[in-house]
Structure formats: C-alpha cells, structure tokens
Design a protein around this ligand. Structure first.
Ligand code: GN1
Ligand code: MG
Length: 365
C-alpha cells in the first residue's frame, strides 16, 4: 500500500494522502479511491490499467482526454441535461503535467476525478432505477453524437466484434482437453446452436446499414452513477473502452446488464431471466434522448443487439473458462463458467420473449 500512496502523491499538488482503498468490482483493471486531506475536492480515483487487455494505454488516455474535453464543451454553454448535473470522469495530471505514472515495476497508473455524492449499484432495483440507467446512456450518446468517431483511437482491436470472439472460441476449443461436465456440455451445445447469430451487427455495419459512432463499450449498470439524494443518473464512468463502434453494442450491453434482476454475478444461474418491464423502462429513459439521433434502421436492429450482447458476453466468459481464466479476473476456477451460464440463460430468456421485446421497441419508437 505504501508504494500505492507514493504513486497517488504524484497526482496531487497540495494536501496529503489520508486514505487509499480498493474500489468497485472491475473485472479487468485495479481501482482505488484516494482521499486527500486539506483540499477542496478530497477524493480521486487511482487505477492501474491491465496491460494484457490495454496494450496501448497511451491511446486509452488520449481517448479519455478527447471525450472529457468534448463533454465539458457540450455541457458548459447550454446543459443538455435540463438543469440536471451530468459528469464523466476527467483525467487528472501529475505535478509534471503528465497523464500517467509508470511505477518501478512497470505498471501504468492514471488518476481520474471522482463524481461526488453519487453511488452505483450492481443490479437494477426497480423500473425507476432502470429508467435512470437508460437515461445515462442516452445522455452519454447524445453528448458524443457530434464527435466524429474517427477522432477516437481503436484502443481494443476486436472488442465487441462477435465473429472474432467466435473464432477465438474455436481455437481455444481445439486445444481444450479437460473433462466435459454437464455444464460444459450445455455451453458447447448452446454456442453451437447460435453460431449464425454472431455476425448480425457486423454484417449490418459492412452493408452500411449501421454506421460507426463513438461508443462507451461497457455501459453496464454499475458504471452509471446515481445521485445519493435524488436517485437521478448523474454520470457515466469507466470510459476505457470508449472507441469508434456501434451504439447497438452499448444498448445491448446496457440491457443485458440491467434487465437481469439477479445480476451477472449470481451463482443461481438456472433462475436467471430477462425482465421485460425493466427493459421497457430502460429503453424509455434511453429513447427520451436518443430518439433525436436514431434512424429507422437503428431501431430495426435493437432486438438483435439485446440478444447478441448477452450471447457475446456468455461466449467471452465461456471461452475464458476453457482457456484457463486468462482474461477476466476470477475468484475461483469455475467462476467464468458460472458467469457464462448466467449469460446463456439470459439469452434464452430474451429469445423466449422475443415477441414481447419487439412489441416494447415498437411501442416506444
Ligand atoms: C469487463 O472490467 P469491467 O468489469 O469494467 C469487460 C466488459 C464486460 C464486463 C462484464 C475491457 O468490464 O466488456 O462486459 O467485464 N471489459 C473489458 O462484467 O473486457
Ligand atoms: Mg469496464
């Protein structure tokens, strides 16, 4: 911890570090909350980027700065939030004016501003919460809707390209030789039956039906910050995966995360279901803003996006389990298998309610 305090101190120009503790439940990076004594804004976030995932951290920092500046510019003159505060984490510089620190062990550290008087939840509590989560994503997309996607670097080549995840799965499976438990057999069968689904969004992009836009990349429920007093969404955090992409990946990811009341970390995977009333509320919140920029064709792919992203995350967890837990942090050897089964059950629940979900989308557009 002493060593971390030394890193944290490089990002403060006055005061002194009072406390430093682990923060949040990220599956990839290591995150700490730092408390500084004797300054007006006492908290900031210190993070170590995972070098196996983010191969070019300087590009991540570049994107974060572009997004932060753009959002600040959009919110300054006429807050599009109708009097509500809305923030994203901003990059903090070291005393030397650098946006990161490399420690003696070679780790890449950066600091971000903390969104105060706000909290996050791992699961959606009710339809009011769902509406706020949708609103946050709508606000985020609105704020970036006039940023040319090619201004952002591709920090994670292949991220959210489902056909690529399927190809990787095939390679891992070829090398895999462990015993086939009933759960693994279920997973293998599940993926085999849905191979044709994988390219649905990428084909639409290749045909020019869906166009690239800046995307968040990871808009799950616990990346939306809610005001502790009002419960209103006041920020969207975890911008490392922001890059050119499709808003459909975000919409699908947000819904697969938010409409699963059990949460993605439940061990009770057989009970997992997709809750259509949470879906309605979340889309209502999202479309209250996104209606302004979504096209007819965009709407036509919303259902596919919801189904695909649950499947895709299940496939990513399942592959990582088969590969020996090399990507997602796992607390026990079967952790990524259980996570995969949760997403597969969620996908089945989405499929069995396809008509109802499509009707919700139709009603709201
Ligand atoms: C990872 O690290 P975290 O929890 O913010 C992953 C997302 C997944 C998510 C599932 C860079 O995000 O894509 O949806 O886990 N991030 C990366 O919880 O792979
Ligand atoms: Mg993330």
């Amino acid at each position: 911890m002493d060593h971390l305090v030394g890193v944290a101190e490089q990002f403060i120009s006055q005061g002194q570090v009072l406390d430093l503790r682990e923060y949040g439940h990220g599956n990839v990076n290591d995150t700490f909350l730092v408390t500084v004594e004797g300054v007006a804004e006492p908290y900031f976030i210190l993070q170590r980027l995972n070098p196996w995932v983010f191969r070019r951290p300087e590009l991540v920092m570049g994107n974060l700065r572009i997004v932060g500046d753009h959002v600040a510019r959009r919110l300054a003159p006429a807050p599009k939030s109708g009097g509500r505060r809305f923030e994203v984490p901003l990059v903090l510089l070291t005393r030397e004016g650098r946006d990161h620190v490399i420690d003696p062990g070679g780790s890449f550290w950066r600091a971000l501003s903390f969104i105060d008087a706000a909290e996050t939840f791992d699961t959606v509590k009710d339809t009011g919460h769902a509406r706020e989560v949708g609103y946050a994503l709508g606000m985020f997309h609105t704020l970036l809707s006039d940023l040319a996607p090619d201004r952002l670097a591709d920090t994670l080549p292949g991220f959210h390209l489902t056909p690529g995840y399927l190809a990787h799965y095939d390679e891992v499976l070829e090398r895999w030789g462990a015993r086939r438990s009933p759960e693994v057999n279920y997973g293998l069968g599940f993926v085999a039956e849905r191979r044709a689904l994988a390219p649905v969004l990428e084909d639409a992009r290749a045909q020019g039906r869906l166009r690239p836009r800046p995307m968040h990349g990871d808009p799950k429920v616990n990346n939306v910050m809610l005001d502790t007093a009002t419960g209103q969404a006041v920020g969207m955090v975890d911008l490392d995966t922001v890059k050119p992409g499709l808003v459909h990946y975000d919409i699908g990811d947000c819904l697969r995360s938010g409409c699963n009341p059990q949460g993605e970390e439940t061990g009770d995977w057989e009970m997992v279901r997709f809750e259509p009333e949470l879906c309605r509320a979340m889309l209502q919140g999202y479309l209250s803003l996104a209606r302004d920029f979504l096209t007819e064709t965009d709407y036509a792919y919303l259902y596919d996006a919801i189904r695909l992203l649950a499947f895709e995350l299940g496939l990513r967890f399942f592959t990582d389990y088969l590969a020996g837990n090399v990507y997602f942090k796992a607390r026990h050897p079967e952790h990524n298998l259980v996570r995969a089964l949760v997403q597969f059950k969620l996908t089945e629940s989405i499929e069995s309610q396809a008509t109802a979900i499509r009707a919700i989308i139709r009603d709201l557009r």
